[in-house]
Design a protein around this ligand. Sequence first.
Ligand SMILES: NC(=O)C1=CN([C@@H]2O[C@H](COP(=O)(O)OP(=O)(O)OC[C@H]3O[C@@H](n4cnc5c(N)ncnc54)[C@H](OP(=O)(O)O)[C@@H]3O)[C@@H](O)[C@H]2O)C=CC1
Ligand SMILES: Cc1cn([C@H]2C[C@H](O)[C@@H](COP(=O)(O)OP(=O)(O)O[C@H]3O[C@@H](C)C(=O)[C@@H](O)[C@H]3O)O2)c(=O)[nH]c1=O
Ligand SMILES: [Mg+2]
Length: 288
Amino acid sequence: MRVLLTGGSGQVGHALLACKPQGIECLAPSSRELDLSEPQQISQLLSHWRPELIINAAAYTAVDRAESEPERAFAINASAVEHLSAAACAIGARLFQLSTDYVFPGDTGAALAEDAPCKPLNVYGASKLAGEQAALALGEQALVLRTSWVFGAHGGNFVKTMLRLGAERQQLGIVCDQTGGPTPAQAIAQTLWKLAELPDAHGIFHYSGNPPCSWYDFAQRIFANAVQLGLLMQAPTLSALTSAEYPTPARRPASAILDCTRLQRECGITQPDWASALTSCLQQMTTP
Ligand SMILES: NC(=O)C1=CN([C@@H]2O[C@H](COP(=O)(O)OP(=O)(O)OC[C@H]3O[C@@H](n4cnc5c(N)ncnc54)[C@H](OP(=O)(O)O)[C@@H]3O)[C@@H](O)[C@H]2O)C=CC1
Ligand SMILES: Cc1cn([C@H]2C[C@H](O)[C@@H](COP(=O)(O)OP(=O)(O)O[C@H]3O[C@@H](C)C(=O)[C@@H](O)[C@H]3O)O2)c(=O)[nH]c1=O
Ligand SMILES: [Mg+2]
């Protein structure tokens, strides 16, 4: 199967390349080779390469910065997906689009099914929701995988931020009133390759790590493991903060727990346990 992968240098893209099954011929241009903010490059490349599947793992993911750069966030997360979708339609390719828990307002506390009402609280979430809609315009050729709180040994994420700050400071304040599902990049990659083998899978699917936790819980586990594995001499003292006590440019959902039963029921894919994946991820960081 011929695949075009965007965002190959990112967390999910890197993991996709690392566990690419045999028989997949994957073109993964860098953002310099295919700049998604330059739409004419998309149709040019796709009419030459003619993949059967496009996996769009590229995105503008700087949640706070997006508040002051909405045009750029929308260009990459929404307009580029419209162009990918049109190009996929022209060549009869499937399009897999990654999306986020931040499309939800997260104000109910209930686990959110794929058809739960979306109402993003921030620019990033709004741009990703527009990207979902652009992908879904392709009909049965489109699949949107919504995930959350992605982490892995490669790339930037909350785990890396905590390790950096933990080495610099003795005390950290971490929000405890935002709940979600940390998700290993590697598990997302395996799920996407499995979905690539299921030609009828289409529409929106949720996939996140289990069990749900707060950023504060996640940080506690990161530091406990990091000390145990010798990545840090000593864990910083953590204080649990409310979102009001830790103001950020972007508002974030209080409770974005993705109900992942559709993926299990229809595709036999179960939620990953984030805590054991976190241990493996930190172990990977101890070996150069
Ligand atoms: N990170 C998270 O916690 C979550 C992510 N998601 C979604 O999952 C997907 C993958 O995220 P993740 O792997 O974390 O992302 P990363 O931030 O790790 O990587 C983003 C990727 O997008 C590429 N990119 C950015 N701008 C452009 C551009 N103009 N043209 C081409 N490529 C570009 C980057 O390339 P370069 O390095 O060259 O700039 C990089 O490869 C995204 O759709 C994201 O919205 C969903 C939920 C949670
Ligand atoms: C660095 C830091 C962050 N925080 C808070 C801010 C925020 O509420 C929460 C997480 O911060 P981050 O900026 O790392 O995470 P954030 O960029 O919001 O992560 C999101 O990224 C996008 C791409 C997604 O799609 C989401 O699923 C989610 O993973 O932790 C603290 O409380 N203390 C700290 O020292
Ligand atoms: Mg961030």
